[in-house]
Design a protein around this ligand. Structure first.
Ligand code: GLY
Ligand code: MN
Ligand code: MN
Length: 439
């Protein structure tokens, strides 16, 4: 067995154990998960790029729609593989992939035959979007409680899943290095984007999310989608781009200041590298992720004061909400099959909500940090006119250096994002070995 096959078998063994527990806890005896059907755009004959049901991808890396996975207590997992004859789309033979020995595999030539092959399954649940067929088969459709249990287990990554994320990181790191060079050579957003894609060796639909490639003020638009071709020799590049391997994502952001960038902004970029690394260092089991987010605000407020942007210390700045317009998003999120992976706001396996505190409404995970979790740490510091505007008039306006803020606004923003695996005693940074510090 290859090393990956061994890791995969252990991953499946753990899925068997946790799924059996989830089924027992929710009074089901079997579970059918389909890879799903394609989404066709409204009033069109074009399909969106296919994304398998995440719960299916958690079990099986086979590509394509309509496969069924059948999971019964005490039985080996069954994969009913949809393998039609087709001249519109390529239907590659399965071959002998490293994961195949974990399943009893049957091949069927049509969707009807896939569902017929299921047979009778008493007390069975279904997860996926082929709900008409599942209802006709008498399955309980996407039960909320069972899904919550399965989502909860997805936040603890197996060594196989970590290996997938690390492989994705190697690919993304090649893209980031090349993108940095393209930026420093004066490239446009479009050229930097193409450079990333080419170096990573990916096509667009293989990316885990649309890359954010912002020069200058566009770096302050958190989900900027443009790829301008007509702006060159930027002062600042903010690039948030990843890669995926067997559906597992890397999610990495780097901010680069060119030599001609405003010197205070250059200092802020260096300061944010230190802030990000200090936050990563604090990660360990038992810490509430929300407390880490709070620490992030304190460190960013401290940096803002040190650079003469805020005229208040970190505690006063937090109490008055002065760091929030500069850092308006959550510090990070779980990472896995979904880039914003599931169950970050779940308080327990049964799906009890754990909403973010009112002062940090954008926090995506309120969980206590535990060994085996993988999440991002991505502090940001932006000059966003819309968020700063109210402070120009309110009772705190004297605590901001507006002249300096106006000078720095054309530089946009800074975000530095790494992916961390929580270990028994601390954390392992999955990103830095591939993408060390720029500054
Ligand atoms: N790339 C999206 C995010 O960082 O959350
Ligand atoms: Mn992220
Ligand atoms: Mn990101």
């Amino acid at each position: 067995m290859s090393e990956l096959a061994t890791l995969f078998q252990a991953h499946i063994d753990e899925r068997q154990r946790s799924t059996a527990q989830a089924l027992a806890d929710t009074a089901f005896e079997a579970l059918v998960i389909s890879s799903g059907k394609v989404y066709t755009h409204f009033a069109d004959d074009q399909d969106a790029p296919f994304h398998p049901t995440p719960h299916f991808a958690h079990w099986c890396p086979v590509a394509g729609p309509h496969h069924l996975l059948v999971l019964c207590q005490g039985r080996r997992p069954r994969l009913i593989r949809f393998a039609p004859e087709d001249f519109w789309y390529e239907q590659a033979p399965l071959g002998n992939p490293f994961w195949a020995s974990a399943f009893d595999i049957e091949e069927v030539g049509s969707v009807e035959d896939a569902w017929k092959a299921l047979g009778a399954l008493p007390r069975a649940a279904y997860i996926g979007n082929e709900t008409d067929r599942a209802e006709a088969a008498g399955l309980a459709l996407n039960p909320t409680l069972l899904t919550a249990h399965l989502d909860w287990h997805r936040t603890t990554k197996s060594p196989y899943e970590v290996a997938c994320i690390e492989e994705a990181t190697v690919i993304a790191a090649r893209g980031h290095q090349a993108a940095r060079e393209a930026f420093l050579a004066g490239g446009s957003e479009l050229e930097i984007h193409y450079t990333y894609i080419q170096a990573a060796g990916l096509v667009d639909h293989e990316m885990p999310y649309g890359s954010i490639v912002g020069l200058n003020e566009k770096g302050a638009i958190l989900h900027y989608e443009g790829k301008r071709a007509d702006v060159r020799n930027g002062q600042v590049l903010l690039i948030d781009a990843g890669a995926q391997v067997r559906r597992y994502a890397a999610d990495i952001t780097r901010t680069v200041a060119a030599p001609h960038c405003h010197p205070t902004f250059q200092s802020l970029v260096q300061g944010m590298e230190r802030v990000e690394l200090a936050l990563c260092d604090q990660v360990k089991p038992g810490l509430a992720y929300g407390d880490l987010h709070h620490q992030g605000h304190l460190l960013i407020a401290d940096l803002l004061q040190a650079q003469g942007i805020l005229k208040a210390g970190p505690e006063e700045a937090l109490e008055k909400g002065l760091s929030r317009p500069f850092f308006p998003h959550g510090l990070g999120h779980h990472l896995g099959i979904q880039v914003h992976d599931v169950a970050g706001r779940q308080g327990s396996p049964d799906g009890t909500p754990a909403p973010p505190p009112p002062q940090h409404p954008t926090l995506r995970t309120t969980r206590t940090i535990e060994a085996g979790q993988v999440f991002t740490v991505e502090p940001g510091l932006y000059f966003i006119p819309m968020l700063l505007r109210p402070f120009r008039e309110n009772e705190h306006k004297g605590l901001f250096n507006w002249q300096l803020i106006d000078e720095l606004t054309p530089c946009g923003g800074i975000r530095i994002e790494d992916n961390l695996l929580v270990t028994a005693t601390g954390q392992r940074n999955l990103t830095r070995p591939q993408l060390p510090m720029y500054t």
